[in-house]
Design a protein around this ligand. Structure first.
Ligand code: GRG
Length: 304
């Protein structure tokens, strides 16, 4: 067991997550206050404040603090990544995409507000995310704020999150999706927003080029790890909760890591990615890196 792992074990991760999530939640509440026009803000708030683990904003804050920056400096960027995550879920649940009825334990946005408002709530959240980082970030130079905004745009656009989603749609029902294609989908659809979260935090926290690039690699490893674990959970859940999930795309036509390489090899891959993530940040102060090590662990061993 490495020094980093020992420190991470002593570090009270549960408390850390609860405290950070609580402050992220109040910042989100304030950023999307209920105002006129009422209907659109109700719809935006409905999905944004419906819970969720807040992994992305906490990663953003942890990266900023590792670089010596303040939580307050990262908070608008932290809110922005959660706002974008939420808008991607609202759009993903629409009948023209995944057609889901429930999300975060509640009826999906379009089930409550109708499809047109749900589309517009997603659009408004996307616009707000960029406005919020640009207008509300304090404690970082204008140059760093602009760099952070550019990272965000790149990570979620047609060569990032949206690109991954399109590749995913195009691969549906295709029998020959290989490992390379699957990795492309996950690196873009899931890892890109985690990358934006970590890299924005590092930039705003004052990290130099080398530190930012190390953290970028770290985020890419945990991004892919997140999805490999998700795929494994799908398999382990699908056998125990088959009744609940019957008819959904769990086993149907979706290519997953367990399908391509089996559950055992998928677990090995997850373990490798976790080690690679650790390696990337092993040069930082072992005490200060504990939150990021614990977050990597949390992603590797989570059960939901
Ligand atoms: C970003 C402009 C823009 C458009 C969105 C619809 C779409 C394009 C993308 C879909 C992306 C998608 C649904 C990716 C899956 C992301 C994922 C891993 C969700 C689960 O995240 P958790 O476990 O969920 O962090 P909670 O609810 O805890 O936040």
């Amino acid at each position: 067991v490495s020094t980093e792992e020992q420190n991470a074990a002593i570090f009270d991760f549960k408390r850390y997550m609860e405290e950070k999530a609580a402050r992220v939640n109040s910042a989100l509440d304030a950023a999307v206050a209920l105002r006129e026009p009422r209907r659109i803000h109700e719809s935006m708030r409905y999905s944004l404040l419906a819970g969720g683990k807040r992994v992305r904003p906490i990663l953003c804050i942890a990266a900023c603090e590792l670089m010596g920056g303040a939580e307050l400096t990262a908070m608008p960027a932290a809110c922005a990544v959660e706002i974008i995550h939420t808008m991607s879920l609202i759009h993903d649940d629409l009948p023209c995409l995944d057609n889901d009825d429930f999300r975060r334990g509640k009826p999906t946005n379009h089930k409550v507000f109708g499809e047109s408002v749900a589309v517009l709530a997603g659009d408004a959240l996307l616009a707000l995310a960029f406005e919020h980082v640009a207008a509300s970030t304090r404690g970082a130079s204008a140059e760093r704020v602009v760099r952070a905004v550019a990272e965000l745009g790149r990570c979620i656009g047609s060569e990032g999150l949206v690109g991954g989603q399109v590749a995913d749609i195009c691969s549906e029902g295709v029998a020959t999706v290989g490992l390379e294609q699957l990795e492309y989908i996950h690196m873009h659809k899931t890892a890109a927003l985690l990358e934006a979260s970590v890299v924005m935090g590092a930039i705003l926290g004052g990290g130099d080029e080398e530190a930012v690039e190390r953290l970028r690699k770290f985020s890419q490893c945990i991004g892919l790890l997140f999805q490999v674990v998700d795929d494994i959970l799908d398999v382990t859940k699908s056998s125990s909760e088959l009744g609940k999930t019957a008819g959904k795309d769990l086993i149907a036509d979706k290519t997953t890591y367990p399908k391509l390489i089996g559950v055992e090899k998928s677990r090995e891959l997850a373990e490798e990615l976790k080690k690679e993530a650790y390696n990337e940040i092993s040069g930082f102060d072992p005490l200060r890196v504990a939150p990021l090590i614990s977050l990597a662990n949390y992603i590797a061993y989570r059960n939901n």
